[in-house]
Design a protein around this ligand. Sequence first.
Ligand SMILES: NC(=O)c1ccc[n+]([C@@H]2O[C@H](COP(=O)([O-])OP(=O)(O)OC[C@H]3O[C@@H](n4cnc5c(N)ncnc54)[C@H](O)[C@@H]3O)[C@@H](O)[C@H]2O)c1
Length: 263
Amino acid sequence: MSAAQRLEDKVAIITGGAAGMGRAMCERFGEEGAIVVVADLDLAGAEAVADSIRQAGGRATPLPVDVTSKAQVDELVSRTVAAHGRLDIIMNNAGYGQAKRMLEITEAEWDRMQAVNVKGVFFGIQAAARQMIAQGDGGRILSTASIAGRRGNPYTAHYNVSKASVIQLTMCAALDLAPHGITVNAICPGIVDTQFWRSLDEEWSAIEGWETGEAWQRRTATIPLGRPEVATDVVGLVAFLASEDAGYITGQSYNVCGGLVMT
Ligand SMILES: NC(=O)c1ccc[n+]([C@@H]2O[C@H](COP(=O)([O-])OP(=O)(O)OC[C@H]3O[C@@H](n4cnc5c(N)ncnc54)[C@H](O)[C@@H]3O)[C@@H](O)[C@H]2O)c1
């Protein structure tokens, strides 16, 4: 079996699939033969990604979801199973960031960050696992954490905590689900050129009194591999972790960051 067929006929949900790394993952999964459910708050964006996968000869279904709602996440899984008969893979990738001085982060901002980045991942894991356990033949659960979950940064306390939680959830869920043959892993991207970092750069540069773009320039200048990360840099690892070849890997969170963080 060639790499291009690694995910043949696997039914895969990718949240946050309308843009950035989620979009890149959806397109790679489509190329590798998966039936891709492109799930996002932005339904028009998800439809555009599904169209591009179909135009390239793949299979894809766009579905709306707000991952902060357990009911909507459950419905995403049930609609996927109604349309495609089963669920083999979920990638809990939807998330967002914000740069703000720690003393100015409000209760609502703290709660929203944890709702999207932690609760959304937790209920994604739970809904997918229930379906996979009922199917009885294992499954692959993946999430997007961040190198921010492994260290401190100024201005992103609520974000870093949310991503440390994703790394913890990955380990805990891996143990709960191992008896069912379901593996649970995460990726930790670095500084990736998506809308996420464009917003973060504006906020971060404004806090410092810099021109827009300067936070991005300063942070990316420290990357050992010498260039900013792009969305497609993560897709090879994600497709591998979703494949049969990764069957003996669980509870792990992998840095994909050009060497910025090594622990
Ligand atoms: N860009 C980076 O440098 C970076 C680094 C490490 C980790 N990450 C993480 O990677 C993931 C993807 O980020 P990206 O950089 O591709 O960002 P992006 O902004 O390009 O894409 C994020 C997508 O998630 C969707 N989304 C946001 N909130 C949602 C919700 N409540 N329900 C459903 N969908 C929602 C958005 O509509 C968007 O399509 C996020 O979890 C982010 O925290 C990003």
